[in-house]
Write a protein of this length. Structure first.
Length: 369
């Protein structure tokens, strides 16, 4: 396993991070425990969760994933060997069960969220605490283009950073990070941290995969020059890049089969590009999922690649990808496919967070991660 610096912090995280968003929905606690054990044995020391997990978010499963992780450490110990990342949920109409349905990044809400997460995780501190999505209307969760709303209401960045600073001073959080963020948002947080002496963001958790390389436009340079690396989520594009959904297939118990809302990578352009990537892998004797994961992990701006699995076979294959090298010919072929079909997903010009607060143009069901 490779280990990489987490921003400018003193922490080093494994190149693969164990994702958890299916635990409590598609996976039982027993299955989650087995995944943690297997990832640990493979050298993984980094686990990512969120207060609203599992996904799809629902009131009756809210916090279940964090509770499973907390139960694991309470029963088996070893908390100090892991770097735990969690997230506070942002605004969303579909989260009526959370903080009276008006989640914002205010001091009160941040304090409520962190205390709840610490209790469920059964720990005194969280190593990396992230803002799950922006507290403003912008392009994320499958929305490609930005549409400005002059009437948008947002919590002041200063208020959010000051509240996070207080969490660090209280010992509840070690480091802070962003998720589903834009270049403007990242630059704003970094500027205020430098000018006001508030905590500096150490990471950006955004989508990145062969079908969606939009991170390379603006944010990749930010990661390299500012040492604020990418925690890449959806590296397999909700499993699409495994090839299991090609030709209209819907495997039993697979995420897109179970939950129709996950449409970000299901448009015809994405399907066409996916078929080419899958065939490329097979032509070179590689597992398509492992090729897709290896491509993400090798990027210099990626700090850690967040892998997720619903069974042990998937997890083992994902873990093995860290040792897979990609030849020059494979990389050239990937580049050619990308040039002919650049970023086929997301394809929407409008979007929303869970429940639809920021739906702007298209009434497509929108997914979350």
């Amino acid at each position: 396993m490779q280990y990489r610096p987490l921003g400018r912090s003193n922490l080093k995280v494994s190149a693969l991070c164990l994702g958890t968003m299916t635990w409590g929905e598609q996976n039982t606690q027993q299955e989650a425990f087995a995944q943690i054990d297997r990832a640990r044995d493979a050298g993984v020391n980094f686990i990512d969760t969120a207060e609203m997990y599992p996904v799809p978010p629902k009131g009756d499963t809210y916090g279940a994933t964090e509770s499973i992780i907390g139960n694991y450490f309470q029963q088996r110990g070893g908390r100090e060997s892991w770097i735990i990342a969690s997230k506070i949920a942002g605004p969303g109409n579909g989260l009526s069960y959370l903080r009276n349905g008006r989640t914002r990044f205010t001091s009160d809400h941040i304090n409520q969220a962190i205390d709840g997460s610490l209790k469920r995780l059964q720990t005194d501190y969280i190593d990396l605490y992230q803002l799950h999505w922006p507290d403003r209307q912008t392009n994320y969760f499958g929305q490609l283009g930005y549409r400005h709303n002059p009437d948008d209401e947002l919590t002041a960045f200063e208020d959010t950073l000051e509240a996070l600073d207080n969490l660090i001073k209280a010992g509840k959080v070690r480091h802070v990070g962003l998720s589903n963020e834009t270049p403007w948002g990242v630059s704003r947080f970094l500027h205020l941290a430098e000018s006001r002496g508030w905590p500096r963001m150490v990471s950006i958790q955004n989508p990145y995969n062969l079908l969606n390389r939009t991170y390379e436009i603006g944010l990749a340079e930010m990661s390299m020059r500012e040492q604020i690396g990418l925690l890449a989520y959806s590296p397999l594009a909700f499993g699409v890049l495994t090839g299991k959904y090609l030709n209209g297939l819907r495997p039993e118990k697979a995420r897109i089969t179970l939950f129709e809302r996950f449409v970000r990578y299901s448009n015809p352009q994405a399907q066409k590009a996916c078929a080419r990537y899958v065939q490329l892998a097979r032509d070179h004797g590689m597992d398509p999922a492992q090729m897709a994961l290896a491509f993400v992990t090798r990027q210099p701006f990626v700090t850690s690649n967040i892998i997720g699995a619903t069974n042990m076979d998937q997890l083992n294959r994902n873990l093995s990808s860290v040792n897979m090298g990609l030849t020059d010919s494979v990389l050239q072929a990937i580049s050619e496919i990308h040039q002919s079909q650049p970023n086929p997903a997301p394809c929407t010009i409008g979007g929303r967070p869970p429940g639809g607060r920021h739906l702007t143009q298209l009434s497509l069901p929108v997914d979350t991660a």
